[in-house]
Design a binder for this molecule. Structure first.
Ligand code: WTA
Length: 576
């Protein structure tokens, strides 16, 4: 499969792609020139202005920017001008509250239009937007809001009780705005629709996202206004967005994809975008593709595999003839999914690779470039990627090593909030080390092999084992827990927990029915305290966890055991 080549034909390129000749552009490209495609104020910039307000001065003023639909079929739509005015009002509301440049304003909202409006409003006044998945529960919320020192949380009445629960732990949180409370909505509607949009230094913070590593609490990845330059260029080169498109990105803005390609990059490219606020459902998804005549679609491999599982026959009931270009991100896109897509939609998914930390697409398959099925493609123009060893030395083609990037791309994170040392630890030998292992072949295509650390990717979501372990240990029956990602044909990985119980409980779980009940209880405990999506789907009770002599849980041993693989070097292991 690895060498299978998907050659692009006329059918794949019904219109000439924005990026016609990849190799040519790579040679001639400079970010300095590319920056000129964005709107600047004498060396200053505002990403939200570029995404929305800039279009209001053009023929796009009355173009629909946002088509919104929820699970119940309620619909709304906003033109670029309406988004501009509404976000101005939001910005004014925040200003009147006393929110200043650099303050952190967090969004804990379902995927409703107010989420997008508020995000833009925050950036316009120079504050820093933070997004939170609506699946988050108390522990996840208090970690993120506490560390960021957010002074305002914008939420919805359905989520408010969770904020109330943690509020006493958050001395810096001064305001909780509930967008569907009538009093708030009324106040907001009275605010001025004009706003002075703050001209930011390109390196000033625009938004932050918490993401997980192997150890410790989630870390706040800081992104700047300059990121919009790369988000915009990649929206054009990789997603191939253009004015005629109706585009659907299925990601939530709690995830970097939802920010870069549902708000900043895609709107800067001026497209009409669909946001669907509902759960995954194959029929509904096909119906949305049909109803909105979606032409460009950006989704995740798990969703593609779930569509595959629902069967290709289902697709035939829908008119998907507008679909022109499809991309995916977040986890390996398996060759079968591409082959299935070609059979089913007549065109392939294009794999793209990037990370919360990289802020925008870094390695990708382009519309005009043949796909080596199973490969993530090639680095974007203006970015050098390489495979390096742990000291940052470049390795020759065909050798496995760390996927690494030469710093200097516009959307690179600026720092880790309050943890400068953590930020520095990403770099070695002049390279940014991604934490992913892979190789580059002789033609310059990159191939993903796996994570270098214990980070779990389940249904495309990045989950830190430590957070799940901490949530488990908070349950009275649990003494210790070790958490791994277990390969799963649908979800990429599922979360599996190995749990050491108290003496009393370990006697009780000898009765099978009791053991099953306790497993369910532990899973729902994690769901209730950490996040709806980050709970262990499998739990195994075990007497003892493998640990290093210094007491660190060796998850790689749990994983090897789970998968029946050799355990490898155990010289640092405590007797096991
Ligand atoms: C994984 C997502 C294989 C990878 C935008 C990376 C991928 C992590 C791919 C970042 C891909 C992302 N193939 N793996 N095309 N894209 N990943 O921060 O392990 O949620 O380091 O950002 O997802 O996840 P994050």
């Amino acid at each position: 499969m690895k060498s299978d080549l998907y050659r692009k034909t006329k059918k794949d390129l019904p219109v000439p792609p924005n990026l016609g000749d990849y190799e040519e552009l790579r040679k001639s490209f400079s970010w300095k020139t590319a920056e000129k495609e964005l709107a600047w104020f004498e060396g200053k910039i505002n990403a939200a202005y570029n995404a929305v307000d800039r279009h209001v001065e053009t023929w796009r003023k009355n173009k629909v920017a946002l088509y919104w639909e929820d699970e119940e079929g309620r619909k709304q739509q906003y033109t670029f001008e309406e988004l501009a005015r509404r976000s101005n009002q939001f910005g004014n509301y925040l200003k009147d509250l006393g929110v200043a440049r650099g303050d952190r304003v967090f969004l804990f909202l379902p995927r409703i239009p107010e989420l997008y409006i508020a995000f833009l409003g925050i950036l316009k006044i120079g504050a820093i937007a933070g997004t939170l998945f609506s699946a988050f529960q108390e522990q996840a919320l208090s970690d993120r809001l506490g560390n960021s020192g957010a002074s305002v949380v914008v939420t919805h009445s359905s989520l408010l009780p969770r904020i109330e629960k943690v509020r006493h732990k958050l001395p810096e949180l001064h305001h909780v705005l509930v967008v569907d409370h009538e009093a708030f909505a009324k106040e907001l509607s009275k605010k001025d629709e004009e706003l002075h949009i703050v001209h930011m230094d390109p390196g000033d913070y625009a938004f932050m996202l918490y993401t997980s590593g192997t150890t410790g609490k989630p870390k706040g990845v800081m992104h700047t206004h300059r990121a919009v330059v790369q988000e915009y260029e990649t929206a054009r080169w990789v997603l191939d967005l253009r004015d005629e498109d109706t585009y659907w990105c299925t990601a939530d803005p709690g995830w970097v994809t939802g920010i870069a390609y549902e708000i900043l990059g895609s709107w800067t490219a001026g497209v009409s975008a669909l946001v669907y606020a509902g759960r995954f459902d194959p029929k509904r998804w096909y119906k949305l593709l049909e109803d909105y005549k979606i032409s460009v679609w950006y989704t995740a491999p798990t969703a593609v595999r779930m569509l595959m599982a629902a069967g290709g026959a289902l697709v035939r009931g829908y008119d998907l003839s507008h679909l022109r270009h499809m991309c995916s991100v977040g986890e390996p896109l398996n060759p079968e999914a591409i082959v299935w897509a070609v059979r089913t939609f007549g065109r392939p998914f294009h794999d793209t690779w990037w990370q919360t930390e990289t802020g925008a697409i870094c390695i990708a398959n382009y519309p005009a470039m043949d796909i080596k099925i199973g490969s993530m493609g090639k680095p974007i123009p203006g970015l050098d990627a390489a495979i390096v060893d742990d000291s940052g030395h470049v390795l020759p083609p065909g050798t496995e090593g760390n996927i690494a990037l030469k710093p200097g791309w516009p959307s690179m994170m600026k720092t880790i909030w309050k943890r400068p040392h953590k930020y520095e630890s990403y770099f070695s030998g002049g390279y940014y080390i991604s934490g992913d292992r892979g190789l580059m072949d002789r033609d310059g295509y990159f191939w993903f092999i796996g994570r270098a650390d214990d980070v779990i990717k389940t249904s495309g979501e990045r989950v830190g084992p430590f957070e799940v372990e901490s949530a488990l240990v908070a349950h009275p029956a649990v003494i210790e827990a070790g958490v791994i990602g277990k390969p799963d044909s649908l979800r990429g990985e599922i979360i599996k927990a190995f749990v050491v119980l108290t003496k009393e409980e370990s006697d009780k779980v000898k009765v099978k029915a009791y053991a099953e009940k306790l497993k369910e209880e532990l899973a729902s405990h994690v769901k209730k305290h950490l996040a709806g999506h980050a709970y262990p789907r499998e739990i195994e009770f075990i007497d003892k966890l493998p640990k290093t002599r210094s007491g660190k849980i060796m998850r790689r041993i749990l994983k090897a055991r789970e998968m029946g693989l050799p355990i490898g070097d155990t010289s640092t292991l405590e007797e096991y």
